[in-house]
Design a binder for this molecule. Structure first.
Ligand SMILES: [Zn+2]
Length: 489
């Protein structure tokens, strides 16, 4: 007995030793930080132009009946007037009437071009929420260190920062080695099927294949990741896809006074409970693993121990992370019932009940995987599974490299501008114009050189959208440095 206890104790000691050694050697202080670089950005000019950009109401409604075009023409004209150097030096092509493509021809045609892109259309103000804004949403009010209004973060700040950066480079006599395209889409918020798609086709027809592209899709975050004091920059290397399926439950109809044991609504309800309780399988691998490791190295002892010893704690880490909606979405294809339709009258049992379920596809899953999963989990022939309105699912994007020169450049510029930032690869949960551009790019990145906290993020498609003036200045500096260094990477 003593022998058994002794050997058990030894095994335990050994295990603890292994865990400790692995944990202690799992730290973030690895690569050296580049020196910070300051760029002489004209703060007054960039703020003024940002404010003016917000005032032009380029709202994408997604409905041809209500879609206005005049503000888009005005925005293009304003861009021409406000950035004459860019217009003169780079030339402007209009695609699908209102999307802008600038080409800055490089001196070395052996280098593949790159594309920097942002969009200038904005989402509407939610009806009834106008009065909740601290400043009118299209006023472009400048106060308290911010420029306020719809489009401040998403994504006119990207457009303005790029245009300011190029203006500054032209003023300093810079000419690029590598050809640089700038594109500013006018219909990103409704899918980019005219602008970004048109620009992609236009470039493809000229035989253009990009080394890489950079779009919106994430930010430098401040205090958004619990327990991490440093600034965090997830540079997103992929974006999720989407698919909508209708679950159509069939049951006996009739008068409500004598219901059968199970009717269509019951059958549908059970199916919904099943698919919500049995999500698509997922886990921390690929981008997710790289991201968690990067974060954990900066975190406390417990987080580091879990991440350093996934062979033992992987399951625990996944389930802990999966408790938050974002941690769950990072790991798997998500399942969200969004529309339910059934019945027309209080005393009539409907023979069919339909639920529309929105899935956001993780790069590891296909549409067929979803259907197979639903069929297995629902396991009920009375429930039909079919595409909602015949909409073809959009798969997740390819996953771009985070070990190449382009990622290293994006990372270096982040640290040149913001200092000690933890840079990790990440995945964009929503859609961006890059779903089009990535078709002609070796690698595609989604990241904006601006720092946001949780409060800033709530303005995204919401109320009180705003952008910090410091972000406009630093964002401009970042694009300046990026273009300056893009030729040599
Ligand atoms: Zn956007």
């Amino acid at each position: 007995m003593r022998k058994i206890l002794l050997s058990l104790g030894l095994v335990l000691c050994l295990l603890i030793a292994v865990l400790l050694v692995r944990t202690l050697s799992f730290s973030g202080a690895s690569s050296e930080l580049p020196e910070m670089v300051s760029v002489d950005v004209d703060e007054e000019r960039v703020v003024q132009n940002m404010s003016r950009a917000i005032q032009i109401q380029t709202v994408s409604t997604g409905d041809p009946e209500t879609q206005e075009t005049a503000p888009f023409a005005e925005y293009v004209a304003w861009t021409r007037e406000t950035y004459p150097e860019v217009h003169e030096q780079l030339g402007l092509e209009l695609i699908a009437e209102h999307s802008m493509l600038f080409t800055w021809a490089g001196s070395n045609t052996d280098l593949k071009p790159i594309l920097l892109t942002a969009h200038y259309d904005v989402v509407p103000i939610a009806p009834g929420s106008e009065g909740d804004w601290s400043y009118p949403p299209f006023s472009g009010t400048v106060t308290g260190g911010y420029v306020w209004g719809r489009g401040a973060l998403d994504d006119k700040s990207g457009v303005i920062a790029m245009l300011e950066a190029v203006t500054l480079l032209i003023e300093q006599g810079f000419t690029p080695e590598r050809t640089i395209y700038l594109s500013f889409g006018h219909d990103e918020e409704v899918g980019g099927n005219l602008g970004a798609k048109g620009i992609t086709e236009h470039l493809r027809s000229q035989g253009v294949q990009l080394a890489w592209s950079l779009d919106e899709g994430s930010f430098v975050t401040d205090g958004v990741v619990p327990g991490i004091a440093k600034l965090m920059a997830p540079i997103n290397v992929a974006e999720k896809g989407w698919a909508n399926y209708d679950l159509v439950a069939h049951g006996p109809g009739g008068h409500s006074s004598m219901p059968e044991k199970e009717v269509a609504v019951d059958i549908l309800a059970q199916a919904l409970v099943k698919i919500r309780q049995n999500p698509m399988s997922g886990g921390i691998d690929g981008i997710g693993e790289e991201m968690i490791d990067g974060i954990a190295k900066e975190g406390g002892f417990v987080l580091r121990m879990l991440a350093a010893n996934k062979w033992l704690f992987g399951g625990l880490l996944e389930s802990q992370l999966g408790k938050s909606p974002s941690g769950n979405a990072m790991q798997r294809t998500t399942t969200a019932p969004t529309i339910v339709r059934a019945g027309v009258k209080v005393n009539v049992i409907t023979p069919t009940a339909v639920a529309t379920v929105n899935f956001r596809l993780h790069p590891r899953d296909t549409a067929a995987d979803i259907v197979a999963h639903l069929t297995k989990v629902i396991d009920d022939e009375r429930v039909e599974i079919k595409l909602h309105q015949d909409q073809e699912p959009s798969l997740a994007s390819p996953v771009s490299s985070w070990e190449n020169d382009a990622f290293a450049l994006l990372k270096r510029v982040t640290q040149q501008v913001y200092g000690d930032v933890v840079v990790v690869p990440g995945i964009t949960m929503g859609g961006t114009d890059t779903k089009h551009y990535s078709q002609i790019a070796d690698d595609s990145y989604r990241f904006q050189y601006m720092v946001v906290n949780s409060e800033d993020l709530s303005g995204f498609h919401g109320t009180n959208e705003r952008v910090a003036i410091s972000n406009l200045v630093k964002g401009t500096a970042a694009y300046f440095l990026l273009i300056q260094q893009a030729g040599i990477e």
